[in-house]
Design a protein around this ligand. Structure first.
Ligand SMILES: CC(C)(COP(=O)(O)OP(=O)(O)OC[C@H]1O[C@@H](n2cnc3c(N)ncnc32)[C@H](O)[C@@H]1OP(=O)(O)O)[C@@H](O)C(=O)NCCC(=O)NCCS
Length: 164
């Protein structure tokens, strides 16, 4: 079946998604696992969120309606969502990478941040993650320098009039 990003639905992740989330992390591929799920870090965070343990996080999934049911093609999340500058994480399965799904997911997170009058969104990414950097810069994020963990630090500043 043709893979058309526009046909994917973006919705909030719910506790019923546990199996789908498990499958999603298995489908990240080598690059995705390295950049998005090193030491299963983001996977553990996702399960904790689904158990209701992380009320300060918000997760969205891009969902593909297949004949076998819903499959998760990508995930974007914000944490410290109640602060002025939440942090963002994003991952897309191998099959759906390189089709600009990242733009749709990043736009979803940005629109939510704007709706709660956040001042911006921060993220870090591996210095070798050129695809991620291409996406973030396309979306208007500015590279501020190197975070203390050695990754590049990016900020999307949202217009001042939106700040509480
Ligand atoms: C990083 C990620 C979110 C990007 O989303 P995407 O929808 O795949 O993004 P795209 O393929 O459209 O690439 C975005 C931009 O990166 C650049 N790019 C794409 N492939 C690239 C490559 N192999 N090398 C260098 N730059 C690349 C291009 O500028 C592209 O924009 P363009 O096609 O409009 O010119 C996604 O690929 C992903 O989940 N990767 C694995 C996990 C990951 O790295 N997560 C982020 C951790 S911080």
């Amino acid at each position: 079946m043709e893979q058309i990003v526009e046909n994917l639905r973006i919705r909030l992740l719910t506790p019923e998604d546990k199996e789908r989330v498990h499958t999603f992390f298995r489908r990240l591929g080598e690059e995705g696992t390295h950049f998005f799920n090193r030491n299963c870090g983001n996977e553990k965070v996702a399960y904790a969120f689904l158990r209701g343990e992380l009320p300060n996080h918000i997760f969205w999934a891009a969902v593909d309606d297949t004949p076998d049911g819903e499959e998760i093609a990508g995930i974007v999340f914000l944490w410290n969502k109640n602060t002025k500058i939440p942090w963002l994480g994003i991952g897309i399965t191998e099959k759906w990478k390189g089709k600009h799904l990242g733009r749709r997911l990043m736009t979803t997170a940005k629109e939510w941040a704007e709706s709660v009058h956040a001042g911006g969104i921060m993220l870090t990414t591996d210095q070798k993650n050129l695809r991620g950097q291409g996406l973030y810069e396309h979306m208007g994020y500015q590279r501020l320098g190197i975070h203390h963990d050695g990754e590049f630090l990016y900020l999307l500043a949202l217009p001042n009039e939106n700040v509480k």
